[in-house]
Design a protein around this ligand. Structure first.
Ligand SMILES: Cc1cc2nc3c(=O)[nH]c(=O)nc-3n(C[C@H](O)[C@H](O)[C@H](O)COP(=O)(O)OP(=O)(O)OC[C@H]3O[C@@H](n4cnc5c(N)ncnc54)[C@H](O)[C@@H]3O)c2cc1C
Length: 384
């Protein structure tokens, strides 16, 4: 569904108002304790924002990706971070697009109402990295149950989620014609998963990310999403939405960095004038602004195509690439503009600087996007 500019502005205003209760000091204190923003996630859930992409028939608001992108962009532009909750928006898409009617009726209304949290997405493994078809976590069918053994890494929010969308191998790779065959997607109810253990991974940002171990975890066969063996395609389908939403967060970050640098450059007086009067300070701010605006156009374009049901792999990838570059350059500019105070936690610049660096690596690294564009858009030889 497409949204008009006025509706989008109203949604952005409403999200901004909600975020006012969660200022820099809120995020800073959580960052120092590496604690989950429970109150913020609760407020966003109760306001209905996490159900934005769930159709009305399943209790959501069915608003489309353009709106979801604006919600996440706004959270980041106000200095917050949507990583604690954004997966609920795109992870749910796998269930929505490929789940059976019975599965959607069973799970989506409770996800939309906030009763159940669907925040965990278990794809990456220590031995496979970006090469998803090399994953070894195994799901073996035994009667009406699949038994799962293996390990995931970087499964964010697993400790704060009830459900996980899991990608596992159901047919050994050597028995498959193509290496992308034989992978399947499951909805794992982590509340009832004996043999599942979670170990937090300490990181340079407050991201609630973990390692998850599966030791004979039994999942009902009714929780297989779509057809057995087609899971890789289902996960790929969802990646355009994920890239566009993360790109929107980058645009929000870039906006925050530009506005924060502008305000500081106007206020900070050295050698008798505001530092922003020096072109060496002013021009990087102006350039960061222009870069972010250009990247934003690509994000909006990609989201519009997605909502119109048009294939948008190239645009989603370019949106993520350009937005992540814009936010990272803006972060560097903002820190430089602040001089020594950029390193002081109280200014929030160093926190946002660390946070926005992630998007050069996850959910997909810059090199892999360039490889996609080179190979699939420009027809250059495959490099791997
Ligand atoms: C904080 C955080 C949260 C995450 N959350 C999740 C999550 O919730 N669920 C989940 O499943 N995963 C998650 N991830 C994993 C994330 O998607 C991966 O880290 C990312 O896709 C990169 O994979 P990798 O770390 O294994 O890097 P690798 O695949 O090991 O690559 C390492 C480096 O080599 C480069 N490289 C590799 N192959 C090539 C090539 N052929 N050509 C050029 N360069 C190449 C990459 O660009 C990268 O810079 C998260 C990661 C982080 C850090």
């Amino acid at each position: 569904m497409t949204q008009d500019t006025e509706t989008l502005a109203q949604i952005a205003d409403a999200v901004t108002s909600l975020c006012e209760a969660f200022s820099g000091s809120y995020w800073r204190e959580l960052d120092q304790r590496r604690a989950y923003p429970t109150a913020f996630v609760k407020a966003m859930t109760e306001a209905g924002y996490l159900g934005a992409l769930i159709p009305e028939a399943y209790g959501g608001s069915g608003l489309g990706l353009t709106v979801a992108a604006r919600i996440l962009e706004t959270i980041h532009a106000t200095g917050g971070n949507a990583a604690a909750l954004h997966a609920q928006m795109y992870v749910m898409g796998t269930l929505l697009r490929h789940g059976s009617e019975a599965q959607k009726r069973k799970w989506l209304p409770e996800v939309a109402s906030g009763k159940l949290r669907l925040q965990a997405f278990g794809v990456t493994e220590p031995g496979a990295g970006t090469e998803t078809t090399a994953i070894t976590t195994r799901a073996e069918r035994r009667g009406e149950t699949y038994v799962i053994n293996g390990q995931k890494v970087w499964t964010s929010r697993a400790e704060h989620s009830d459900l996980m969308i899991l990608l596992a191998r159901t047919t050994p790779k050597e028995q498959c014609t193509r290496r992308s065959d034989g992978l399947s997607v499951f909805l794992v109810d982590m509340r009832k998963a004996d043999g599942l253990s979670i170990r937090p991974i300490p990181t340079m940002i407050n991201h609630a990310t973990t390692e998850v171990y599966f030791d004979n975890v039994e999942v009902p066969a009714a929780n297989l999403i779509g057809e057995e063996g087609r899971g890789f395609r289902y996960v790929l389908d969802g990646m355009n939405a994920e890239r566009i939403l993360i790109a929107a967060e980058c645009i929000g970050d870039a906006t925050w960095f530009v506005e924060t640098a502008r305000d500081y450059a106007n206020d900070r007086v050295v050698f008798g004038c505001p530092i922003g009067a020096n072109q060496g300070v002013q021009f990087p701010i102006a350039r960061a602004y222009a870069d972010a605006q250009a990247a934003r156009l690509m994000v909006c374009h990609a989201a519009g195509l997605y909502d119109a049901g048009v294939s948008c792999g190239a645009e989603a990838n370019m949106a993520k690439l350009l937005a992540a570059d814009a936010s990272w350059k803006a972060a560097d500019m903002c820190l430089q503009t602040h001089g020594g105070f950029g390193f002081a936690s109280d200014f929030d610049v160093e926190r946002k600087f660390r946070e926005t660096r992630l998007y050069q690596v996850a959910p997909i690294s810059t090199n892999l996007i360039l490889a996609h564009l080179g190979e699939h858009v420009l027809g250059l030889p495959k490099s791997y």
